[in-house]
Write a protein that binds this ligand. Structure first.
Ligand SMILES: Cc1ncc(COP(=O)(O)O)c(C=O)c1O
Length: 391
């Protein structure tokens, strides 16, 4: 059994999630449920590998060598039935970096790029900050879960001729693990209208409630029509090691990406990220399966609590990520008032729905990668604040 119960003190470690709250809220002992990292230590095998690497003492330039690639590929094959070629892999200092590079590599200024909000905010930044045209194909909330709007996407393709779609799979913040059928349908439209896909699959490994992740490149006919972004960062709580992979199978696309990569990056990966990735993928599977089960339980705890004590708030059905998306629109509060209620009355820092763009207002994203007792403590505070507001 691994430890998903101990509370780890992250104060004075430079943890953004813990440091970024306003001072009075911090000193009132707030609970941070924001930014997508975990309140748990990584898998013991990973920590041991990093400590061994630290003991070595020479932290020189490091690249993604055969040991690194073999570990990545074996994991992708074993868990995702995906066998990328070594020459298709580029390494960047995180997936967000890769998204920006991909937008610059595969589109020209003014070109249309589609995103599906509500979605991880850096998707729209990657489009807008690079002078491309943001096109939105909002998800649809139906019977307590989200679906893609395929006909809306096809209309957008016909009318605006986008060059690129940035797909979030599994989807942050709504927690959907897209089925192979949904991805195939999306892919068909992309091929028909010549839309290349950047599949951000950073959350691929964290599934629960029957979710089964499908790598976009494994969908029939899609391998050459997409780039797939992966990382150990979400899976093993290693975001601070800044390392990710982007796989591009099509040779022309590889060349286009290479040009941007040569200009803006280098072949070097962080020394500690190499050691951690190899250990995570070769020895971390048992830890991950216990972590994912724990996340599933935290979703159940949240769901049961809301149904029993705060039935006006609705948990959106999810099968992936450790991020819960809760519909609080029935409180009829402005974005500002909802944020204030959670922060100043409940002393909870949540990710406000509106930051995820169209369709996000009135929702809150709650990070469930924390010990169950902490979650329960947070929920009691939420209940008090909401009840205090209503009475
Ligand atoms: C969908 C998605 N992509 C990318 C990232 C961040 O990736 P990185 O830290 O590798 O830049 C996150 C982090 O929450 C995310 O949810």
């Amino acid at each position: 059994m691994y430890d998903f119960e101990s509370i780890v003190d992250r104060v004075k470690t430079g943890a953004i999630k813990h440091d970024m709250a306003p001072e009075p809220v911090k000193s009132a002992g707030f609970i941070p449920l924001t930014i997508a990292d975990m309140e748990f230590k990584t898998a013991p095998a990973v920590q041991a590998a990093v400590m061994k690497a630290a003991e070595h003492g020479v932290y020189g330039y490091t690249y993604a060598d055969d040991a690194y690639f073999s570990a990545v590929r074996a994991w992708m094959e074993r868990r995702h039935n995906y066998s990328p070629e070594q020459e298709s892999m580029f390494n960047t200092a995180g997936v967000v970096t890769a998204l920006g590079m991909a937008v610059r590599a595969f589109t020209a200024e003014g070109d249309g790029v589609v995103i599906q909000p509500p979605v991880y905010p850096p998707f729209r930044f990657a489009v807008r900050n690079n002078g491309r045209t943001l096109l939105e194909n909002p998800l649809v909330l139906k019977d307590g879960h989200y679906e893609m709007d395929f006909s809306g996407f096809e209309t957008l393709c016909k009318e605006k001729a986008p060059k690129l779609l940035i797909l979030c799979s599994p989807h942050n913040p709504v927690g959907r693990v897209w089925t192979a059928q949904e991805l195939a349908r999306l892919g068909e439209i992309c091929v028909k209208y010549g839309v290349f896909v950047i599949a951000d699959e950073i959350h691929a490994d964290i599934v629960h409630h029957g979710g089964k992740h499908t790598v976009f490149a494994t969908i029939d006919g899609m391998a050459e029509h997409c780039a797939v972004c992966t990382a150990v960062s979400k899976t093993f709580n290693l975001a601070g090691l800044s390392c990710s992979n982007i796989f591009i199978a099509d040779k022309k696309r590889q060349e286009a990406f290479q040009k941007v990569f040569m200009r803006e990056s280098s072949e070097i990966i962080p020394y500690f990220a190499r050691a951690a990735t190899i250990a995570a993928y070769n020895e971390g599977e048992a830890w991950l399966s216990q972590f994912s089960a724990m996340v599933g339980r935290n979703f159940d705890v949240l769901d049961a609590f809301l149904k029993e004590r705060l039935p006006m708030l609705k948990l959106i059905e999810a099968q992936g990520t450790y991020l819960a998306w809760v519909d609080m629109r029935s409180l009829a509060l402005s974005d500002e008032a909802l944020e204030k209620l959670m922060l100043e009355k409940a002393f909870l820092a949540l990710d406000e729905g509106y930051i995820f763009g169209t369709g996000g207002s009135g929702f809150e994203r709650i990070n469930l990668a924390l010990p169950q007792v902490e979650l329960e403590r947070a929920l009691l505070r939420m209940e008090q604040a909401v009840r205090g507001m209503i009475s």
